[in-house]
Design a protein. Structure first.
Length: 97
């Protein structure tokens, strides 16, 4: 039976490949669909309608219109860090009340 962390790793890998398909990378449209399906709250809270374009630009290091798994994982890591930072601040504020 896989641990929670192993399951989380598997989920990230399968999610990437679900949207990347056989080509093995995400295009901007793939990334947009992934964000819409897997992170709907993130996109709904964005004030910038070009958020996905900016994310794509940051992730597409080779400027070839492709986002590989490593870049995708960087995005996930950044989102996790931001969520943790929010959680820590929120929990500290909650503890002060």
């Amino acid at each position: 039976m896989p641990s929670q962390m192993e399951h989380a790793m598997e989920t990230m890998m399968f999610t990437f490949h679900k949207f990347a398909g056989d080509k093995g990378f995400l295009t901007k449209e793939d990334l947009r669909l992934l964000m819409e399906k897997e992170f709907p709250g993130f996109l709904e809270n964005q004030k910038d309608p070009l958020a996905v374009d900016k994310i794509m630009k940051d992730l597409d290091q080779c400027r070839d219109g492709k986002v590989g798994f490593q870049s995708f994982f960087s995005l996930i890591a950044g989102l996790i860090i931001a969520c943790n930072d929010y959680f820590v601040v929120h929990m500290k504020q909650k503890g002060k009340k």
